[in-house]
Write a new protein. Structure first.
Length: 157
């Protein structure tokens, strides 16, 4: 759980962002790294999600992302405003699985550039166009089990 808090928000216009966004911005981001997962990485992901659900931990206080080397990144977007996936639809909060296999570190770098920074900045990070120019498969955890990831299945993100 997130226990560390910043003294002040670094959001440029906190009054416009809303109270929930300000609360989220005060939390220091944290990530879990794993070199391996179970035979089925979805089992590990479901265990983490069950852990939070059983303890009724506020989504704002849950881990920001779980990075599994060679598999992908499980992202927690507790607020729609911070979800940078699915730009063609209204963003949703929740957990999203990004299967990136060999590009896991690049996807983690993308996430690092998108967290609320510790100090305000005026321009986007230099790496952002490159990182967003790549293509990886992303889906909400609610859809992951019923999606087929290979072969261009209908409904694939």
């Amino acid at each position: 759980m997130k226990e560390l808090r910043r003294a002040e928000t670094t959001l440029a216009m906190p009054e416009r962002e809303g109270k929930a966004a300000v609360e989220y911005s005060l939390r220091v981001p944290y990530f879990i790294f794993a070199m391996k997962a179970k035979a089925d990485p979805l089992d590990t992901i479901e265990e983490v999600m069950d852990f939070y659900a059983e303890r009724k931990i506020d989504p704002l206080d849950q881990v920001d992302a779980i990075v599994v080397d060679g598999v992908g990144v499980l992202h927690n977007f507790p607020l729609p405003a911070f979800n940078y996936f699915r730009q063609d639809e209204p963003p949703e909060p929740g957990w999203f699985l990004q299967l990136s296999e060999d590009d896991v570190l690049a996807d983690f770098l993308t996430r690092l550039t998108m967290v609320v920074p510790s100090v305000p900045h005026l321009a986007d990070p230099v790496l952002l166009p490159y990182l967003f120019g790549r293509t990886t498969k992303v889906a909400p955890m609610s859809e992951v089990r019923r999606l087929r990831w290979g072969g261009g299945a209908e409904g694939e993100p």
